[in-house]
Design a protein around this ligand. Structure first.
Ligand SMILES: [Zn+2]
Length: 256
């Protein structure tokens, strides 16, 4: 059985897990999953991640506010995020943060400002960032180049040139089950050229289940299918991809 899975981006606070979350997570840790990173999207989701990380030894979390959740931003949100990160040693990243210009209407300036502020929190605390960029790649790259955090651009959907630019400033590149989809030519081209020490795998669960499970609710064990595709592109075995991406995630998130 494939093992040593590090799911670098998950959302087990999603309501799709409400019926069986407490059984599912321990089951995953017995089914080839070694580590799970929760990607927080707002303050409530950050609190969920901290609580789960205290319950399960190999469960880690980020804290942060997602660009599509900025309607929940209050005067205390960023202070609270920084405090949570400081006070909890299983908070290993600030995320998921970034820019999303996909859904109208959005406030571009506010998104940029909150993205930059959260990168500054990460830089102050020496933590990496988990970055979400959708339909905003150039603005995203510009901010990352200026502020130079450590981190990962998750569910990467940009070009090879953009990936190379990001790798050039030390960023990791994360791939979801979308890599296995038939229409994923662009992502596959990128996954083939990312240096082995900059590649991460993730689910973004409950969404993005890989082929051939695409219509199902996704969970961390399904990374095995994504690893098989990444392995083919990188010319190694699926287990080697899982071992490498696990090491990469542990290095990025400072997990020993
Ligand atoms: Zn996500």
């Amino acid at each position: 059985m494939l093992h040593n899975i590090f799911d670098s981006h998950s959302h087990y606070d999603d309501e799709k897990f409400d019926t069986d979350r407490d059984k599912l997570i321990p089951h995953l840790f017995r089914s080839g999953v070694s580590y799970i990173m929760h990607a927080a999207t707002d303050e409530e989701s950050s609190a969920f991640g901290i609580e789960a990380s205290q319950r399960y030894e190999s469960f880690y979390t980020s804290v942060g506010i997602h660009p599509l959740d900025l309607d929940k931003l209050t005067d205390s949100t960023l202070l609270n995020i920084e405090r949570l990160a400081k006070e909890n040693n299983k908070v290993k990243a600030i995320g998921e943060i970034g820019l999303d210009y996909h859904y109208e209407p959005f406030d571009r300036e506010l998104q940029k400002k909150v993205f930059a502020s959260q990168i500054e929190i990460a830089n102050r605390l020496g933590l990496p960032v988990i970055v979400h960029i959708r339909d905003a790649i150039q603005d995203g790259v510009n901010i990352l180049k200026e502020l130079r955090p450590k981190g990962v651009v998750h569910c990467f959907s940009g070009s090879c040139e953009t990936a190379e630019e990001l790798i050039g400033i030390g960023m990791y590149i994360g791939f979801t089950g979308a890599l296995t989809f038939k229409n994923s030519k662009k992502a596959r081209r990128v996954a083939a050229i990312v240096p082995k020490d900059k590649l991460l795998l993730e689910t973004d669960c409950p969404y993005m289940a890989p082929e051939p499970l695409r219509s199902m609710r996704c969970d961390s064990s399904m990374i095995a299918y994504t690893a098989a595709v990444a392995a083919e592109l990188q010319g190694v075995s699926a287990q080697e991809i899982l071992d490498m991406t696990c090491e990469n995630a542990k290095r990025l998130f400072d997990i020993r």
